[in-house]
Design a protein around this ligand. Structure first.
Ligand SMILES: Nc1ncnc2c1ncn2[C@@H]1O[C@H](COP(=O)(O)OP(=O)(O)O)[C@@H](O)[C@H]1O
Ligand SMILES: [Mg+2]
Length: 221
């Protein structure tokens, strides 16, 4: 059984745009994947089919033995609990500290206090924010906010991490640091990571699998 599998997936939006055109793709547990393609290639659409923000027009999407393209809505919270999604729009609570922003998702999940603290410390090390632990989120620089967002996406140790252009408006060094943290997370915990990007520079820096999308078709995998 593959960890993640797209089988003959088509996505045609109501406008008639064919965003995904017969996508067949298998990704194994623990793989670190760059999903590369120009703007409009279909990267975000592909990710939205995994988070179930969109349904395929036809075809199937399977994750850990479960057909997510056929999942009943009431099971969506369980699906999403196992995902780590790095948002472009920062989903931080601005007047909370870095520590509070990291621990709150664990409190929602009912994780015991001592273990939650341990997980937060681990993530602070991973994203290099240990020295900013008690800083208020809105005081952070753009790059630090982005690192905190990444930390929040990883804090519950998801099996699958989806990052859609996570380095969008960051300088090269910060972008590398961020993707480096994702790489380390994947290696350490065996998590599968998929990063959508159109940056050639980034993909040349990591020993990762490259999946290339062009106009909705996978042209290299
Ligand atoms: N909600 C939508 N409605 C209509 N067309 C869309 C929608 N979302 C994306 N598209 C179109 O689908 C194509 C693929 O978009 P997208 O998946 O966002 O690509 P990428 O993330 O690679 O830039 C583009 O032509 C885009 O304009
Ligand atoms: Mg996109």
């Amino acid at each position: 059984m593959e960890f993640l599998e797209f089988k003959k997936v088509y996505k045609v939006y109501p406008t008639g745009v064919r965003a995904l055109d017969n996508v067949n793709l298998s990704i194994e547990k623990g793989e670190f994947v760059f999903l590369w393609g120009a703007t409009g290639a279909g990267k975000t659409t592909l990710m939205k089919l995994i988070t179930r923000e969109e349904l395929p027009t036809s075809g199937e999407v399977w994750l850990e033995g479960c057909e997510i393209s056929a999942l009943e809505d009431r099971y969506l919270p369980i699906l999403r609990r196992n995902l780590g999604v790095v948002f472009q729009d920062l989903k931080l609570v601005p007047h909370w500290t870095v520590y509070e922003n990291l621990i709150s998702p664990l409190q929602v999940l009912g994780v015991r206090k001592k273990y939650a603290h341990h997980l937060v410390e681990e993530i602070l090390d991973l994203v290099h924010l240990q020295d900013k632990k008690h800083h208020i989120a809105e005081w952070l620089s753009g790059g630090e906010k982005q690192k905190l967002c990444l930390g929040r996406a990883l804090i519950h140790r998801p099996h699958l991490v989806l990052a859609d252009e996570p380095t969008g408006n960051l300088d090269g060094a910060t972008a590398l640091e961020l993707v480096g943290a994702l790489f380390e997370f994947s290696k350490k915990l065996g998590a599968t990571v998929i990063i959508a990007t159109h940056s050639e520079e980034l993909i040349s820096q990591f020993p990762a699998r490259l999946v290339v999308l062009n106009k909705g078709k996978i042209i290299q995998s």
